[in-house]
Design a protein around this ligand. Sequence first.
Ligand code: ADP
Ligand code: MG
Ligand code: ZN
Length: 484
Amino acid sequence: MKYEAVIGLEVHAQILTDTKIFCGCSTKFGSEPNTQTCPVCIGMPGVLPVLNKKTLEFVIKTGFAMNCTISPYSRFARKNYFYPDLPKGYQISQYELPICEHGYTEIVVDGNVKKIGITRIHMEEDAGKNIHESASGGQGGNYSFVDLNRAGVPLMEIVSEPDIRSPKEAAEYMKKLRTILRYLGVCDGNMEQGSLRCDANVSVRPAGQKEFSTRAEVKNINSFKFVEKALEYEIKRQIKVIEEGGKVLQETRLWDSNKGITESMRGKEEAHDYRYFPEPDLVPIMVEQKWVDNIKSSLPELPDVKRERFVSEYGLSEYDADLLTDEKPLADWYEEATASYSLSLSGSKIISNWVKGELTRLLNEENKTIEECPLKPKQLAEMLTLMDKGTISGKIAKTVFEEMYKTGNDAEVIVKEKGLVQISDESAIEKAVDEVIAKNPKEVERFKAGDEKLIGFFVGQIMKLTKGKANPQIVNELLKKKLL
Ligand code: ADP
Ligand code: MG
Ligand code: ZN
């Protein structure tokens, strides 16, 4: 590699409060345009903003989870610019005194742990939304509309240090942020709906060069897949510019996901001068140490710690532990099932296999999250106990599991109703074995002549005859006794 990429991400996360950051309007998504507005968030003159304390609490929570310092004294600032979706003519944000600074988070790429520095996390308000008639399918395309439901919705901006070195690391970092935000319950992490947005700053330097090169900022990246795609494209583009003897310009570029390219939006000359100044309508924020300490002690167990605990406590592989702890509700489901079932390490592995396998498959089929799972963890544990007792076979268990998932009934009820109890009565199985042997004389001959693979054929036929209920161990024993 002759070149090295340098990447820093600015991520905007919508904060999951019920009401807006400086007024009492609802933040609910998808309502009729302009029904969630008031004089404060539509920018009437003379009104005064009041900070939503929950916003502050959620950002401090995030700050702790990202190992930041929480500033005892911080302040809001006005960022001035003109746009129709911004009726005040300025956005209330934070500038030189953000609430959280100097943190880091760890990502794992190709098995290696890497620290990504967090420069700052600050609070700000979202703008409204412009809707253009043609884009929304309306007639003529002559009009544009402004919906201010989103104006004043609380956001946090998480700015990383330029520590990221590849598109893959950038995607891992985004995923890590999303997992942490969802664990904390401070953001739903939905990139497609815009509750998590990412601007990527990228530059490219010759391998070995110490100084950073000039960067471009890529905007409009709205999915995890595109984080990688947009960066890959932009890095290649910059390398080409350098190799052709040109200079990478400091500019803002837009990612076009249809074309798969980034395009120049504005250069340095057209960059906004935001004329930041301290927000005079809001008092500075001084947080009480006791309150901050309480927030810290209310943090849930975070994904990294949980993953390592799953490895040591349940004997899972790093890979499985990672899968199971990606979403907190899934980790909780797993732990509840384990608690009601296994006393041994092998039990926790068996549960892990069912969760990763059958349960995930059924949930995916219906596009359901674990929170919508109709099956209770205890029900899986009870089914596994029936298997241990020999009441049902491993094969039947899959049927029972699916039936439990579909009906919500317990395993015992399903087994009784459907007559799925495993046949362990030797004489009953012997009847089936004899019948299959009698029906297939040619196969018997071939088997006796040494074609041992045919044992599978016989087992299959017997299972078919007994509707999968014959105890496979007894089937095998009887077959061997009769055929050899
Ligand atoms: P601005 O205020 O213009 O957005 P910042 O200094 O706050 O600029 O940096 C924004 C982002 O750009 C940060 O995430 C930072 O890590 C990243 N960054 C800064 N310099 C470079 C560079 N030379 N190459 C890539 N990313 C950079
Ligand atoms: Mg920026
Ligand atoms: Zn309002």
